[in-house]
Design a binder for this molecule. Structure first.
Ligand SMILES: [Ca+2]
Ligand SMILES: [Ca+2]
Length: 626
């Protein structure tokens, strides 16, 4: 095939990229010029790196889908790694500074977004996507949203796109700041799937002109002309983005044709758009189900009519859409990006299924689009995160690879002690945590990338395990961290749990003792302290330790109490002034007692936005010191 395929990648990336990446870029570029680009981007001066991304996307369209993660809050690529073992092909970010415009914090947030994008492209070799929750010009408190409680009202778009007005001046000042940050990415030659004015026809952001959509389309062209022609930002792939629902037509559209005609008024024109996307959250009124059961075929038909001939993508959904349904029904989505990780919206089981499904492409399956050396990829498949292994032998297996073909070694490490919430920590923090002293051994990686390892004679305890892969140029990548207990029996597993309250947003008390480190009980934030979680072991047992794996909403102060009748309680451990941003596990040992009921009694909250959240509550007859 003349388009992007494995053969093409090998020709110009593998042999040269290892030695002189810059030379490789030149070779790659001339290689493509010889072949001729198959795609004409809307920016005719688009850098070769970005053209390569577009060419690659075109080559997979209709065959497979790229997986993505939004980058919002905790929905980061490392969260996907630790939950699924795989990393997304596309990692998102936002050009909103979130804090007061122009403040030091605002600039810190933007710089971090830029730095992460450079890291993701250059070191990880992944594709970068950015949207912009553009805070309304003309107002230092301005928000992207229009309506209360978050919103700060509309902007007169007709004025804003007209030079000489105060609104236009404020708008151009904002564009300049954003262009300055995007310029860092242009200079670092990082291609960006650039998705400005997102959910353009929804009606909840100020850039959506509800009365005259053509003004919004004009704003898009204004931004395009300023960024591309004036600022020479030639690294941007322009991604149009419709909302899952448009609330802006008066009267509301009665037919599909009316809806298409209305939504098309926001579209800036084919010469300003490379890829057209839509955000497709579940919506019973539209007949759209959860992503677990839907491939958004109707949204695909809608976008085909709004942007005929363009490659189409799902820029946001709660989770990745069902790949089996997608294969069966056939909408040729280029990529799908999940907005959340974990919880009810995108449960970890679903994430594991989708990110490991052959129809979805993950980071390790991308060609080397940068032209240079990128990090290896390594994952632990067995045991699963949270496994309870009763004997002293642990069988591990997984995969490791390097897309440059320069994998040097893979080493396994273990930290004995409290489980940490690794999905909240970036690669750097993981690498710093696993020191040489924690080395278990080097792995023999087979030619197909698989490896296995027997970790024998393990001292009873609680462990965090990770594999680190290093390539011949010294780039080191971590695997998903797997948390296990070895040689210990958790008395709470299979017991009965009750609680003082449960949030309607959370999961019931039994999820705190189900052995799954991603399901959790949430107490109800509207209920006053104290709040408690109680485990009934079914009969009196010897108990001398408990473990509590918290999410970010933990208890600053709490006690552990035991009882034989669930009426009179005896305190065995007390924690005060706990302070851990990431939550993580507490391990509390005390003088052995006989108890049938064990209670976590919480009296002081760490955060205001949620009460108490417990992934796992463990009860132990004996928890060895280390
Ligand atoms: Ca490499
Ligand atoms: Ca759980």
């Amino acid at each position: 095939m003349a388009c992007w395929g494995e053969g093409t990648v090998k020709v110009y990336v593998t042999p040269i990229g290892l030695i002189v990446p810059l030379a490789c870029l030149l070779v790659c570029s001339s290689n493509f010029q010889k072949q001729g680009w198959r795609i004409e981007p809307v920016d005719r001066d688009l850098i070769p790196e970005a053209r390569r991304v577009l060419e690659y996307l075109k080559s997979v369209q209709g065959k497979k889908m790229l997986s993505g993660i939004s980058g919002s809050q905790d929905a980061q690529p490392w969260a996907v790694l630790h939950m699924t073992g795989r990393e997304p092909a596309i990692a998102g970010g936002d050009m909103a500074g979130w804090h007061r415009k122009g403040s030091p914090l605002y600039h810190q947030v933007l710089q971090r977004t830029v730095d992460r994008a450079i890291y993701w492209w250059r070191k990880k070799g992944g594709i970068v996507a950015l949207q912009w929750h553009w805070m309304k010009p003309c107002n230092p408190e301005g928000r992207a949203w229009v309506d209360p409680p978050r919103g700060t009202g509309p902007l007169d778009l007709a004025k804003a796109i007209t030079p000489g007005t105060e609104e236009h001046q404020a708008l151009m000042e904002d564009l300049k700041v954003t262009a300055d940050y995007l310029q860092q990415l242009a200079e670092a030659r990082v291609p960006v799937l650039w998705r400005p004015l997102h959910e353009i026809d929804g009606g909840w952001f100020w850039w959506t002109d509800r009365e005259k959509p053509e003004n919004t389309a004009a704003l898009w062209r204004l931004m395009f002309n300023y960024f591309v022609k004036e600022r020479k930002l030639h690294n941007l792939i322009w991604v149009y983005n419709a909302a899952h629902v448009s609330h802006t037509r008066k009267p509301p559209a009665k037919t599909f044709e009316e809806e298409v005609a209305h939504r098309k008024r926001y579209y800036p024109g084919d010469e300003y758009v490379d890829i057209a996307s839509i955000d497709t959250y579940p919506n019973p009124k539209l007949g759209w189900g959860n992503c677990q059961e839907d491939a958004r075929k109707r949204a695909y038909e809608l976008m085909q009519l709004i942007a005929p001939g363009k490659m189409l993508a799902i820029a946001e959904d709660a989770g990745l859409i069902n790949p089996d349904v997608a294969q069966r029904e056939g909408p040729a989505w280029l990529y799908c990006s999940a907005w959340w990780v974990g919880g009810k919206s995108n449960p970890v089981d679903w994430m594991r299924k989708t990110f490991n499904h052959e129809h979805y492409l993950t980071l390790d399956e991308l060609p080397v689009l940068t032209g240079g050396n990128v990090m290896p990829n390594v994952r632990i498949v067995k045991p699963v995160d949270g496994a309870s292994i009763l004997d002293s032998k642990v069988s591990l297996s997984g995969f490791a690879s390097d897309r440059n073909g320069n994998l040097r070694r893979v080493t396994l490490y273990a930290i004995r002690g409290a489980w940490r919430n690794w999905f909240l920590r970036d690669d750097k923090e993981v690498l710093e945590a696993f020191q040489e002293s924690k080395r278990l051994g080097e792995l023999k990686v087979r030619s197909d990338g698989s490896w296995d390892f027997i970790w024998d004679n393990v001292a009873p305890g609680i462990y965090n395990v990770v594999a680190l892969a290093e390539d011949s140029e010294g780039l080191v990548a971590c695997s998903n961290a797997v948390r296990v207990t070895v040689g210990l029996k958790n008395l709470a597993l299979g017991a009965k749990a009750t609680a003082s309250s449960t949030s309607r947003w959370g999961e019931p008390p039994e999820t705190a003792i189900d052995g799954d480190p991603y399901t959790m009980w949430w107490s109800d934030n509207d209920q006053p302290d104290p709040q408690w979680l109680m485990v009934d072991l079914g009969k009196e047992c010897n108990v001398s330790a408990v473990t509590v794996l918290w999410w970010k909403a933990y208890a600053k102060d709490y006690t552990i109490e035991v009882s034989s009748d669930a009426r009179s309680w005896h305190e065995v451990a007390r924690v005060t002034g706990r302070n851990k941003y990431h939550g993580d596990m507490d391990m509390l040992r005390f003088k052995p007692v006989r108890a049938r009921f064990v209670r976590l009694h919480c009296t002081k909250r760490a955060v205001t936005w949620q009460a108490y959240t417990v992934f796992e509550f463990g009860v132990w007859e004996h928890l060895p010191e280390h």
